[in-house]
Design a protein around this ligand. Sequence first.
Ligand code: FE2
Length: 291
Amino acid sequence: MPAFENLDTKIEELARDFERDGYAVLENFLTSEEIEAIRNESLRLVREESPKERQQIFGNDYNMKSKYFVDSGDRVSYFFEEKAFDLKTKELVLPVEQSIAKIAHALHHFNPVFKQLSTSQKVQKVFKAIGYKDPRIMQSMIIFKPPFVGGEYFPHQDASYLYTEPLHVAGIWLALDDATRENGCLEFIPKSHKWEVKRRFVRTSGSKDKLLEWVGPTENYDESKFVRAEVKAGGLVVLDGRVVHRSAPNLSNQSRNIYTFHVFDNERATYHKDNWLQPETTDTFTPIYAN
Ligand code: FE2
């Protein structure tokens, strides 16, 4: 696949759609060589680096009690699908590459492949087009949605997890496989980026059973308002931290793997001290424009 020649024009269109709807899609953002390199590095991490003794299930109930999760803000940590585990023996029932849910949250800092991708010239152009003065990467994740066991992501606003004052938060989402209705593509409520963020995921003041908690009212969203964003492998989605989105479980036989990272504008906003994610041992908030 050729790198596209009219990238600047496409990014201008992307920025206009983003402003209007709170999210926007740009197909063919990555070349096939770039997709291959990222897929290979993702698989290498799963096969060679995933610590066997710390196979931690990913999911809200598990994350809130887990020091491994709480400490993952400035590390590279591995989380697995609940359905891939035998909960009695605590052994995986599937091969590791079909069981993994997520590698997170500081790949952009520690892994050269993901660092280069996240701070590339193309990514810089996207943030300049949407008006970011000093974008800093707060977190990055490879999200695997393996065939049959890949879990659902319930409707949420990303800024619930990564709050800033005032709110200048955006995410980049890169498809490593075709993301379809069948394997659980993203779904958005267009224009919901105009809504407030009332619910937040924060650190507690040190209860043993619960390290993190949700504060604020639960929201009920109108099912009929969600619009699917199907994207081919190599496509980019940019999303405002306030836009409501979700994705369905993967019940198909095709994987839906993606790389995503979240950014705040360090010039216009301050990262909140009670956000769940805090870099405590290393400053992993990487500037995108310093590259
Ligand atoms: Fe999200």
